[in-house]
Design a protein around this ligand. Structure first.
Ligand code: TGC
Ligand code: FAD
Length: 389
């Protein structure tokens, strides 16, 4: 097993997992070992996502994993979290691909679509034959999506869509974009299929983070849509924000995978690298760093497990998801930086996965609500006072 994918279970949490959840996790870990690790550095170097991975991911039930019916695997929240963790131990871009397909695009159709839309899209999305993307962010509206300028105007019994979405994962790969737009009554969601006249997408190049993931800009110029292309149950900003809860849940778990990969790598390195005639792992300062990593990973694992229990019981609050996303991602980022430091000069080359994870986690700390936005969400929850404006 590649060291980066090795398990870390200091508190014996495995004993608390159901056998079938562990089987799902182990199958995804093997997939990452066999199919992702041999090529991930190439994809990161060439700013590309390996679409050849998609059929095997579909076979493992990764797409729409926790949705019921429509050809989806119907996994519980803990199994879903565990597979996100394994994907992100490979690369955050791989987990992002799965998050956007499942938690954002499929979930939007599942929760807010008409029965006909669900039947048409979900089974093929579960098989990876239709890819989705989720367009909420705009060039001038990131943390504050309520200010969005993309607009759908009524035209007879249809709609005309105009606007730009930016920083959209899988934008040019997607067959269907879930697009959030202002309408007279508030915010609405639309299904915009590739090839629609007036709809174009182009990739954002030159990223230093998430290079093995496609990030795009979507442009809508007088795109004509029918009522059948609107998500009928999505009314107001609460609809896209509900989709974000699902994705943030997966990220909270996923970040632990990236952190674990960095820790494993730093531990092995510290035991074998000798300076001043001794392994550097024998020095107290290095041990303090490793113990700090172990502690934060273990705490994040405990947060995830409880998060999963609450989700399975239908009791999970959005603010608890914010707590977990904020904590686990920022701790994973600190762990990646610390691991990079332990590797010295070797910490900056792609012979080791650490610098790739570290750079990716800069994005993960920003998207799906920045660290500070989640601070404000929690601040509002405990004080009853909103500090966004
Ligand atoms: P606010 O007044 O708080 O809420 C508006 C309405 O929405 C409801 N609501 C939620 N519902 C479900 N889940 C949540 N998490 C919710 N948060 C709020 C709320 O009850 C209200 O409902 P109603 O019926 O009363 O109208 O809205 P606000 O404009 O003050 O904004 C609050 C804020 C700042 C927290 C929100 O805008 C926010 O979360 N901003 C961050 C934006 C963000 O996270 N964007 C992510 C884009 S997608 C992405 O990054 C994908 S990355 C790819 C990958 O996942 O891998
Ligand atoms: P801004 O909102 O401009 O924030 C800049 C800084 O200001 C941050 O530090 C922020 O915390 C701070 N700030 C903002 N408001 C406040 C406030 N009220 N108080 C204190 N501080 C504040 N979006 C999608 O819709 N779909 C996707 O698939 C998607 N994929 C992405 C993939 C990548 C690789 C990246 C980098 C982004 C992606 N995003 C996506 C966009 C992402 O969600 C946004 O970048 C994020 O929400 C932050 O918005 P912003 O970049 O405009 O930053």
């Amino acid at each position: 097993m590649t060291p980066a994918l090795r398990d870390l279970d200091y508190f014996g949490l495995d004993e608390l997992l159901a056998p079938e959840d562990k089987m799902s996790r182990d199958a995804v870990r093997q997939f990452v070992e066999k199919h992702v690790m041999p090529r991930i550095e190439h994809n990161f170097a060439t700013e590309s996502f390996a679409l050849t991975l998609v059929p095997a991911m579909a076979e493992l039930g990764i797409f729409g994993a926790n949705l019921k019916g429509y050809g989806c695997a119907g996994m519980n929240g803990i199994a879903y979290g565990l597979i996100m963790q394994e994907l992100e131990a490979g690369d955050s871009g791989l987990r992002s691909f799965a998050s956007v397909q499942s938690a954002l695009s499929m979930h939007a159709i599942y929760a807010f679509g008409a029965e006909e839309q669900k039947r048409r899209f979900l089974p093929e999305m579960a098989q990876g034959k239709i890819l989705g993307c989720f367009g909420l962010t705009e060039p001038d509206h990131g943390s504050d999506p309520a200010g969005m300028e993309t607009r759908a105007r009524r035209d007879g019994d249809g709609w005309v869509l105009n606007g730009t979405k930016r920083w959209i994962t899988n934008g040019t790969l997607a067959d269907v974009a879930i697009v959030w737009a202002r309408v007279d009554e508030g915010i609405a969601g639309f299904l915009v299929e590739k090839g629609k006249p007036g709809f174009s997408a182009r990739d954002i190049k030159g990223k230093f983070s998430m290079r093995a993931s496609v990030t795009s800009e979507l442009i809508f110029e007088d795109v004509r849509l029918t009522d059948g292309e609107r998500l009928p149950q999505a009314r107001g900003l609460r609809a896209p924000l509900a989709c974000l809860n699902e994705a943030r849940y997966g990220i909270a778990w996923g970040a632990v995978g990236a952190a674990r990969a960095c820790y494993n790598c730093a531990l092995d390195y510290a035991k074998s690298r000798r300076q001043f005639a001794r392994p550097i792992g024998g020095y107290q300062l290095v041990q303090a760093k490793l113990v700090g990593m172990l502690t934060e990973i273990t705490k994040a694992q405990l947060v995830c497990l409880r998060l999963g229990q609450l989700k399975n019981a239908g009791k999970l609050r959005a603010e608890q998801v914010s707590f977990a996303k904020r904590n686990n991602v920022s701790e994973a980022l600190k762990i990646a930086r610390s691991a990079r430091d332990i590797l010295g000069a070797n910490g900056i080359v792609n012979e080791y996965p650490v610098i790739r994870h570290m750079l990716n986690l800069e994005t993960v700390n920003t998207y799906e609500g920045t660290y500070d936005i989640h601070t404000l969400i929690l601040g509002r929850d405990i004080t009853g006072l909103a500090a966004f404006e």
